[in-house]
Ligand binder design. Sequence first.
Ligand code: UDP
Ligand code: LCN
Length: 793
Amino acid sequence: MRETLQALSDQEQGLYLLLRQMLALDKTLLLRSELNDAYERFVLSKEGEPHASPALQHLIARAQEAVVEAPWIAFALRPGIGRWEYLRIHLDHCRPESLAVEEFLQFKERLGRASADSGWCMELDLGPFNREFPRMHEPRSIGRGVEFLNRQLSSQLFHVPGRGAEQLLKFLRLHQCQGQQLMLNDSIQDIDGLRHALRRAEDYLAAQNTDADWTLVGNTLRGLGFEPGWGNTAERMRQTLLMLQDVLEAPAPDRLEQFLDRIPMIFRIVILSPHGFFGQDRVLGLPDTGGQVVYILDQVRALEQEMQRRIEEHGLALQAEILVVTRLIPEAGETHCDEPLESISGTENARILRVPFRNDQGEVMPQWISRFAIWPYLERFALDVGQAIQAQMGGRPDLIVGNYSDGNLVATMLSQQLGVTQCNIAHALEKTKYLYSDLYWQDNDPQYHFSCQFTADLIAMNAADFIITSTYQEIAGTADSVGQYESYGSFTMPGLYRVVNGISVFDPKFNIVSPGADARIYFPWQEQSRRLSGLLDELNALILGGPQDGVRGVLQDPHKPVIFSMARLDRIKNISGLLEWYGQHERLREQANLVLVAGFVDASQSRDQEEQQQIAHLHQLIDHYQLDGQLRWIGLQLDKPFAGELYRFIADQRGVFVQPALFEAFGLTVIEAMACGLPTFATRYGGPLEIIEHGRCGFHIDPNHGERAAEQISAFFSRCEAEPDYWLQISEAAIARVEARYTWQRYASRMMTLSRVYGFWKYVTNLERAETRRYLQMFYGLQFRPLAKSMDD
Ligand code: UDP
Ligand code: LCN
């Protein structure tokens, strides 16, 4: 900060003129883009030009936003990823002064409608609790928390002679599954005893047949103090013993991680996903029902395989078990969401367990409830789920995974109640999707109830033992944009509370583990032998055929390539934007047809208000641009294999996929389309920015500049005509990108390692986190509960 202040100290005149121009805009809040525009205009103006300077440019380049309260302007600066500074400047003397974050937030609050009259506002600060906890410093370490934590904590733990070894010994004695003691029994009392037993067991195993299993060597090992879990063969058991010996001898973080990876810790997992229609059939595309469902079902299959593989390697005859817990919806329409238990296809022992929401009187809520309105039901749901899990599993799980804000809050309650490691997956934090959703929360609250959601998010993200994200930008953004988690670092909801230190992107609980595209479904268009050729007639009829129920438009020239998009009909998905860009771009309309799979064509079939509005809007646009002969809007739920074949069908015709969202947290459709080999144009706001390498394996588009996006797509088609190999080149690069980066196998293996390592550190450092838990409980009781309750009134 000192540097910034110093650099600006001799810029008084320039600052004065620039600030005057900003004040003249007559806006109370200036966004980054507006600040940049203002500066550009300033340096091009006659009076501004002589004052253009690196110092002023630097200020503007770092400024994320400015609050104008004439004659003051306060700036929030982001000098680097995850780093923030604040300053204010008075027009009269133009000497910048540094501000504390809370002072900057107070500036903002004065703009919010309900700024507290007394000026008092509750301030939430989680910083002090984490003071003792290791924190990363380098942006490139963000999202690689487990490596950092291992390094830091193992050196702390093993620094005090004997302490680490003692903890490890205690930890190894903890493990049990279905009443069976694992790893060590009580006969090993101390570290000397452990070292001694390890040496003897190692000598013994070295003399055995390398393939011998526990039935052959178990008696002797048990006599030495060991229990099953060290490996499925004498050789593997020996390796594991040696790894432990190495850790005790010279504790290095990588050795510790390797050893922890060998400990049988995870047999039963509970995955929470309360909202939406969670099911295996006929649900995708229904409101609140999209990628999260796909992600979880694919994740479950991959996790079960990985768990089972590891259980076998541990030498244990046990069955992995996974429960996905969601809401039971009695009025489930065509879905199976009214069934309490459903086996997950493609798994041995994974099920969906459905528990209904109940109101205060204990009555079951029959209808679907929007994800924005579920808050009053969650506490009771968590209690009911706790009982249902125990009944179903006959005990507690080894890991609880929350999904989205509601699932993460329920995961927090359950993990605390059961003392189990908690992992959070946000999927999409709503906060950054809507402009000033925090500052103007009161305007949005009747529809979106963000006051509840952001409070739940803060509680859950701070309570989690570890957090998985799909991309780096989800945590910390980019050099130019703020990360989704980063946006919870400091913010204010005037009249409610102010967050000075909500979460730090440098917290080692963050780990990037990207999801995959199901390779059985989304495979390259060239792999003819795997293709579902039986669907061809149906696809032809659906895309190129005549009028059909649930479909609008008929493609008059079926030979043109297709611009394809598929998404839930949320406003943020911006399907209407794509329709408009296409409608307005004559050349693009000549070059290609447009095919949309989204929502319903008939608004009366929709239960969701936002979706109904979007449907009406799409109809208006189609009428306005007279698109019925160039567009096919399919308002039907397609099953996954069919959707996979649809991507490839469009690739056969040398089409493209477009993901036009105003913001997309990750974007499974993007990797699905790419895995099938469709050149993809996707929003530059959110995950696709990281998934796609622009110009190589796809293209970024800016949804705020639709005409440019349409131009990019049109230019692509022109280039494909001029260079016959161009389409193929992008298609192949897209396939390769997904194969290299987005596979479920890699995901599952990483997730298993993380669960073990964080499980260990949770045990070892439990005391340090107790204070945070207490504070969060208070925040829940005093803030979240009344907010959720008031939604009922
Ligand atoms: N999807 C679908 N039919 C639809 C809309 C979406 O099958 O009408 C599927 C799509 O293939 C993808 C998921 O739903 O697997 C959407 O995930 P994405 O991450 O793209 O977006 P989300 O809906 O989660 O915001
Ligand atoms: C929710 C979203 O909005 C998508 O961007 C993600 O791809 C999906 O969840 C799965 O994580």
